[in-house]
Design a protein around this ligand. Structure first.
Ligand SMILES: O=P(O)(O)OC[C@H]1O[C@H](OP(=O)(O)OP(=O)(O)O)[C@H](O)[C@@H]1O
Ligand SMILES: O=c1cc[nH]c(=O)[nH]1
Ligand SMILES: [Mg+2]
Length: 209
């Protein structure tokens, strides 16, 4: 079974409180979502492999560490996942970015895939799938299905807010995936929204409501 981690550093909790507030406007929502993602990425990237490299400091030659091995691909689930891309690029600027378009039918809550464009070497990369909300889990499960179908093997999932229902479903569908969330909330409501949550992440990020 992969890891399930609530990244509840005080700075993350404080910033999440800012964007949960219904009075937080689009500009601040976008900026603070970015900041939370950067703080999360610091922890998520903790297992990045290192290798030895020989350099010369002004004092002497020495063997030190540099990042090695698997390169990173960030894969946002459109639309709302786009709000988490820049926060990771801040720390891992050489990462490639793939996109998976997915919308959730408002009646059935079932996800529908409408776009997939990935780096051609996705099978060689450490993949970070990002979406602010893990609600029923349907979108994340289908996005990871799409990635596996195209050869990705090394996948982590990052979200800002998750519901217990979504975490369980994702763990059952893809048990080896590590899941990182800034908060694990109480439940889903009758419309499939996370309670207390932060509302519709896509609409709040892009100002579409
Ligand atoms: O876990 P689930 O029940 O699948 O729900 C979560 C999904 O719902 C939202 O996307 P939405 O369908 O609203 O699309 P959008 O990002 O374009 O607004 C959210 O960004 C997730 O992708
Ligand atoms: O609470 C929720 C659930 C799904 N999608 C959202 O944007 N918010
Ligand atoms: Mg939405």
């Amino acid at each position: 079974m992969g890891k399930f981690q609530v990244l509840d550093h005080p700075l993350i909790q404080h910033k999440l409180t800012i964007i949960r507030n219904k009075n937080c406007g689009t500009k601040v929502f976008r900026e603070v979502a970015d900041e939370i993602t950067t703080l999360m990425a610091y922890d998520v990237a903790r297992d990045m492999p290192l290798e030895d490299v020989e350099i010369e400091t002004p004092i002497q030659k020495t063997t030190v560490k540099t990042l090695a091995g698997k390169k990173v691909a960030i894969v946002p689930i459109l639309r709302a996942g786009i709000g988490m891309v820049d926060g990771i690029l801040e720390l891992i600027p050489a990462a490639k970015v793939g996109h998976i378009g997915m919308y959730r039918d408002e009646e059935t809550l079932k996800p529908h895939e409408y776009f997939v464009k990935l780096p051609s070497d996705i099978d060689q990369r450490q993949v970070y799938v990002v979406d602010p909300m893990l609600a029923t889990g349907g979108s994340a499960i289908m996005a990871i299905d799409a990635l596996k179908k195209r050869g990705a093997t090394n996948i982590k999932f990052m979200c800002l807010v998750s519901a217990p229902e979504g975490v369980k479903a994702l763990q059952e569908a893809h048990p080896e995936i590590d899941i990182y969330t800034a908060a694990l909330d109480e439940r889903l409501n009758e419309n499939g929204y996370i309670v207390p949550g932060l509302g519709d992440a896509g609409d709040r990020l892009f100002g579409t409501k």
